[in-house]
Design a protein around this ligand. Structure first.
Ligand code: MSP
Length: 571
């Protein structure tokens, strides 16, 4: 990890089904943060992908009468279609069935096995194939088959032919499994983990989620099973071909595989390159249900693989000097309910991002998700609030103002800036005295609101996307107030030069706000720059050059009243 590198990941999603708004949420956060770092000049990479090695896939492919790989290929297309619809800019899409991933995971497993961090044991537990998870009694409910009713396992009831334990999510009886398994010696890293957390108080954000992880760790880490004998589809253990790797050891290392042999910047480019210097990630974006795997299993696996520990009298300790081999931070998102209810196919309330964005707009979806809730708290997707937020912020606050500037600029008989070149070219030292002379009432407020750009920058750097958006829209409120108080439409009749200066100040601010909003709404901001006659601004941004544009004096060339970029929606 070097200063100018930035590496962000989404979870790799299970292959089954089309990604819904819950999955979209992680990808949206990652894409937005990635874009921000990219345009700011960082050597940025962003990975996503699918988690494919699962017995469930074999069952479903058989049921569909398809070859397993053809089946998974078709599912992968369903996933990339969604991300490509939103123009998500991932630099690598990883599939865990790829040879590059198999090779890497086998290498890791062998190394951990050789140093005895992986050992053979016996495993007996209940396993729900549909969750891909082992179940304890607490995770299950009783089903009374006669009454077709479920009830929680509060007290022990003997299982009979009528009463069985089932998975509450899939309403299926888990398999009872007893088999030879290999285990990862997580317990060895108990002290290491506690010291690592102590030294990295921001490792998981938000903090209350980190506290949960710490409390869980302090209750004592147990070794966990990393292989399956009964599964046939997966990565074979290099030291025992009768077993395949169980999901987490396989899935988590996708973040490393993708660096070791990366598809590179162009997602269609199949030439693999080594980008291991980008590893580890600056940020793993995850949902709250997989924090433990990322915050506990993952650092321990890396500690084992890279030998990031020291043994003092039989106790394994953490070394601060190893920090650069471990991820910086894990950002845990919220869990969606929709209109107050858990998202579920049977309730018909699953929000499918593509359909929904076609019904409304991509920006409505993104704006609501990122501006309504601070990342981390659970939240309810309220469709009415989503429309209200969009109408207020993008359709009114931003777009009305843009329209006003456009309509008024068209009244000039020259390009906006051409009549006020002396003002436009003022140096920073001369600019503020001039501003104070022209706008004794509001110059101070304009100067002060500059500080907001710094707040946006800091918020983006600390992944507080809500705060960044709130600050941007506050700046737009101020700009609307400035416009109302200076009333350029009146001045156009009496003081043409001052009217043009006002329009220029507003338009220039809108462009600066456009830079801030670009990571959130790249397509619309690119269109806005184009309509302002600012050519290739989006291309320059995409070439990591925000700074260059911030220094450029825009020469507006507004030639027509445009169609609406942010239509209002009725509730
Ligand atoms: N394959 C694993 C991740 C492996 S990463 C090394 C997995 N896949 S998943 O498809 O089930 O979930 C992917 C992500 O989507 C998880 O972070 C999960 O929390 C998130 N979400 C799934 N449903 C969600 C909501 N209803 N709301 C918010 N996020 C949710 O887990």
């Amino acid at each position: 990890m070097t200063q100018n590198n930035f590496y962000i990941t989404t979870p790799i999603y299970y292959w089954n089904g089309v990604p819904h708004v819950g999955h979209f949420y992680s990808s949206l956060i990652a894409n937005t943060i990635f874009k921000y770092h990219k345009i700011s000049g960082k050597n940025a990479r962003f990975t996503t992908g699918i988690d494919e090695n699962s017995q469930k896939a074999v069952i479903e492919a058989e049921a569909a009468g398809m070859d397993i790989m053809d089946y998974l290929d078709s599912m992968a297309v369903e996933h990339t279609k969604v991300w490509d619809h939103f123009n998500f800019d991932y630099t690598d899409f990883i599939r865990t069935t790829e040879p590059r991933h198999h090779e890497l995971v086998q290498k890791v497993l062998q190394k951990c096995f050789d140093k005895s961090d992986i050992y053979e044991g016996e495993y007996e537990w209940m396993y729900c194939v549909w969750c891909e998870a082992f179940k304890k009694d607490d995770d299950l409910v009783y089903l009374n088959i006669e009454q077709n009713k479920t009830f929680p396992i509060k007290q022990w009831v003997k299982e009979t032919t009528n009463i069985i334990k089932i998975c509450p999510d899939h309403l299926k009886k888990p398999d009872q499994i007893k088999e030879k398994n290999y285990f990862f010696k997580l317990s060895k890293y108990q002290t290491w983990m506690e010291e690592f957390y102590e030294a990295n108080p921001n490792f998981v954000t938000p903090r209350f989620r980190f506290n949960e992880v710490i409390a869980f760790t302090e209750r004592g880490l147990e070794d966990f099973s990393i292989s399956r004998e009964t599964n046939t589809f997966g990565i074979p253990l290099p030291f025992d071909h009768s077993q395949v790797t169980y999901v987490w050891f396989d899935a988590l290392f996708n973040y490393y595989t993708s660096c070791v042999s990366s598809r590179g910047w162009d997602k269609n480019n199949e030439n693999f390159t080594d980008e291991s210097d980008m590893f580890p990630a600056n940020l793993h974006v995850v949902g709250k249900d997989i924090i433990r795997f990322h915050a506990i299993f993952w650092p321990a696996m890396l500690a084992s693989y890279f030998d990031l520990w020291e043994d003092k009298s039989g106790v394994i300790h953490y070394k601060t000097s190893d920090l650069e081999k471990l991820p910086d931070q894990i950002l845990a998102g919220w869990f969606f309910t929709v209109d107050g209810q858990k998202m579920s196919k049977s309730l018909w309330n699953v929000i499918e991002p593509v359909d929904y964005s076609q019904q409304y707009s991509k920006e409505l979806l993104s704006l609501y998700i990122l501006s309504w809730f601070p990342i981390g708290n659970d939240g309810d997707y309220d469709r009415t609030d989503a429309i209200r937020t969009y109408n207020a912020k993008l359709a009114n606050n931003l777009w009305n103002l843009v329209n006003r500037v456009v309509v008024l600029s068209l009244k000039l008989d020259h390009k906006l800036w051409a009549g006020i070149q002396d003002f436009v070219n003022l140096s920073w030292e001369d600019y503020w005295p001039k501003m104070k002379e022209l706008f004794p009432e509001s110059a101070e407020a304009i100067l002060e609101s500059y500080a907001n750009f710094e707040i946006v920058k800091q918020s983006m750097a600390s992944y507080d996307l809500k705060k960044a958006l709130d600050t941007i829209f506050m700046m737009l409120d101020d700009l609307n107030k400035f416009t109302d108080s200076e009333a350029p439409w009146t001045l156009l009749k009496t003081d043409l030069e001052k009217a043009e200066i006002i329009l220029y100040i507003i338009a220039r601010r809108l462009v600066m706000v456009g830079f801030e909003l670009y990571p959130f709404f790249p397509e619309k901001m690119a269109q806005m720059f184009e309509k302002f006659g600012l050519e290739k601004y989006d291309e320059i941004l995409e070439q990591w050059n925000l700074e260059q544009l911030q220094k450029t004096t825009p020469e507006f060339n507004i030639t027509e009243k445009w169609e609406n970029l942010f239509d209002r929606f009725d509730i």
